[in-house]
Design a protein around this ligand. Structure first.
Ligand code: FES
Length: 109
């Protein structure tokens, strides 16, 4: 099962990718379990989500990798996609406009 989660506060968001990082063996330290975690930070008061599902207190999506219809599915990490949580290529325009380097998370079936 693939699980993407965001524990977003106004200034911090973490995305974890357990598909790429296996769970640590019992008894291993917490530091090892955190490998593969990416932290995204926005300026205080601005947030990173400009418009997606702003009526929700927290935008959370769950994906079951075994139920994906395609062998490779891109998920948006730039918060600009018109098909969020799926990537629609809007990150290209965002990157050109801002000099950023964001791209999708590719989930393999
Ligand atoms: Fe957001 Fe592609 S549209 S990562």
């Amino acid at each position: 099962m693939a699980t993407l989660f965001c524990a977003a506060a106004a200034t911090s968001c973490r995305l974890a990718f357990p598909l790429a990082v296996p769970a640590p063996a019992p008894g291993l330290g917490r530091g090892r379990a955190r490998r593969g975690t990416v932290a995204v930070r926005a300026e205080a008061g601005t947030g990173i989500n400009p418009a997606i599902r702003k009526e929700e207190a927290k935008v959370v999506d769950t994906v079951l990798a075994g139920e994906l219809s395609k062998p490779l599915t891109p998920y948006c990490r730039c918060w600009r996609s018109g098909t969020f949580p799926l990537c629609d290529g809007s990150h290209v325009k965002h990157n050109k406009a801002t000099g950023d380097n964001v791209g999708p998370l590719l989930v393999k079936k």
